[in-house]
Design a protein around this ligand. Structure first.
Ligand code: DSN
Length: 429
């Protein structure tokens, strides 16, 4: 038998069209681009609030051989054979998600945050039903009901916003809108709000009108995992999150929910919205969650908040105005109007100086979204690289120098050489 097998394999040609040669050998053009991106990530101070650096283990799992496989369905109930291993991988991710967040049920299949949120709409609503969510221009997400998103086109959206004085959430307004419009779904969560949310208040508002409460914790999931932000899980019916922001995993998403909603959520994800899950991403999520279960992750989450606070304090010292006057999470939203310059030219100049940010609307912005008045900054990536408060203070000084110089080329070049010099000595996974 053994001899026959050896003989047979000896007669096989090399695999056709799929080889074990490296990317650099088969596609040097793409390999060069990826090497350049690696350099960019290594040599720049990355301050996009929704980005991070995954570990080598997460990258390894995310590009693993399990990507070769199709797995429509759920562990133990697939539409394909050959799921002996992938079922175990997905169960591992599910159990770790439940353990990390104390959830009764976890679905780890959504391809990203928007499909995860859409699955919740599909699970609980009919087209035209009323949804109460945070206004995009006040810090909400597209899928919380923006007119530009499918959620604003297929559902009747009522938006809540911030208090004009404090720029913080106005829970009396949210309650009043809920009573007035009777939403079936209330959404808490944000993409650009630098403060913690009062989940108990949201729960009581949803209960008063009999609504499902969805918390989209995509931005602060890592802080929740590390105990640096209150958890929405005890309060919400459903919690959605991406896995690639402060949680520091691959680009993917999860839905956590109470056991009573599990069947509806699972059915909405598959077959409601998606076909097969991305198995390699499921594997990478599993190992991300294992990393987040370690004590070091709590230290990371606490440092993210301390760093964002140091950045905020440094910016205030340099005369910048911050929405809400500071932060208690991982992000800072700068209102540049007192500096007389728009977010877009500032973000472009900072990028040239080695500081990667994004321009962002501020509440009651009088400028268009294409050139809004704000700049959003976040601490998760550079906290992973090892920055602490002193380095984030330095970041505020760099931003101040660039902006206060009127985006002067010489100053930009000086700051660029300083940011590069610092990044060059920092380790990167
Ligand atoms: N809105 C994106 C961000 O916060 O960068 C995430 O969907």
């Amino acid at each position: 038998m053994q001899q026959a097998a050896i003989k047979l394999s000896q007669s096989f040609p090399k695999p056709r069209g799929s080889s074990s040669a490296s990317l650099a050998q088969t596609d040097p053009q793409l390999a060069t681009l990826l090497a350049q991106e690696e350099e960019r990530q290594r040599l720049k101070v990355r301050l996009i609030a929704s980005e991070n650096y995954v570990s080598s283990a997460v990258r390894e799992a995310g590009s693993s051989i399990i990507t070769n496989q199709y797995s429509e369905g759920y562990p133990g109930a697939r539409y394909y054979e050959g799921q002996q291993i992938v079922d175990q991988v997905e169960r591992l991710a599910i159990e770790r998600a439940k353990q990390l967040f104390g959830a009764e049920h976890a679905n780890v299949q959504p391809h990203s945050g928007s499909p995860a949120n859409l699955a919740v709409y599909l699970a609980f609503l009919k087209p035209g039903d009323t949804v109460l969510g945070m206004q995009l221009s006040h810090g909400g997400h597209l899928t919380h009901g923006s007119k530009a998103s499918i959620t604003g086109k297929y559902w009747n959206i009522v938006s809540y916003g911030l208090d004009p004085q404090t720029k913080r959430l106005d829970y009396d307004q949210i309650r009043r809108l809920a009573r007035e419009h009777n939403p079936k779904l209330v959404i808490a969560g944000h993409s650009a709000y630098p403060r913690q949310l009062d989940f108990a208040a949201f729960r009581s508002i949803a209960d008063e009108v009999g609504a499902i409460l969805l918390v989209d914790m995509a931005h602060f999931a890592g802080l929740v995992a590390g105990g640096a932000h209150p958890s929405p899980v005890p309060y919400a019916d459903v919690v959605t999150t991406t896995t690639h922001k402060s949680l520091r995993g691959p680009r993917g998403a999860m839905i956590l929910c109470r056991a009573e909603h599990a069947a509806k959520i699972d059915k909405a994800v598959f077959p409601g919205l998606q076909g097969g899950p991305h198995n390699a991403i499921t594997a990478a999520i599993a190992t991300t969650l294992q990393e987040a279960l370690q004590p070091e992750f709590a230290a990371y989450a606490a440092q993210c908040v301390a760093n964002a606070r140091a950045l905020a304090a440094g910016l205030i010292d340099r005369g910048f105005e911050l929405v809400t006057g500071g932060t208690d999470n991982h992000l800072v939203l700068v209102d540049l109007r007192n500096k007389g310059i728009g977010g877009k030219p500032v973000a472009a100049a900072l990028d040239r100086a080695g500081l990667v940010t994004n321009y962002n609307a501020v509440p009651w912005d009088d400028h268009p979204p294409q050139n809004p008045s704000g700049l959003r900054l976040g601490s998760p990536s550079m906290t992973t690289r090892g920055f602490r408060e002193a380095e984030f203070r330095k970041v505020s000084e760099w931003i101040g120098r660039v902006v206060d110089s009127g985006l002067d080329d010489e100053v930009i070049a000086e700051v660029a050489s300083e940011t590069r010099a610092l990044c060059a000595v920092l380790p990167m996974p």
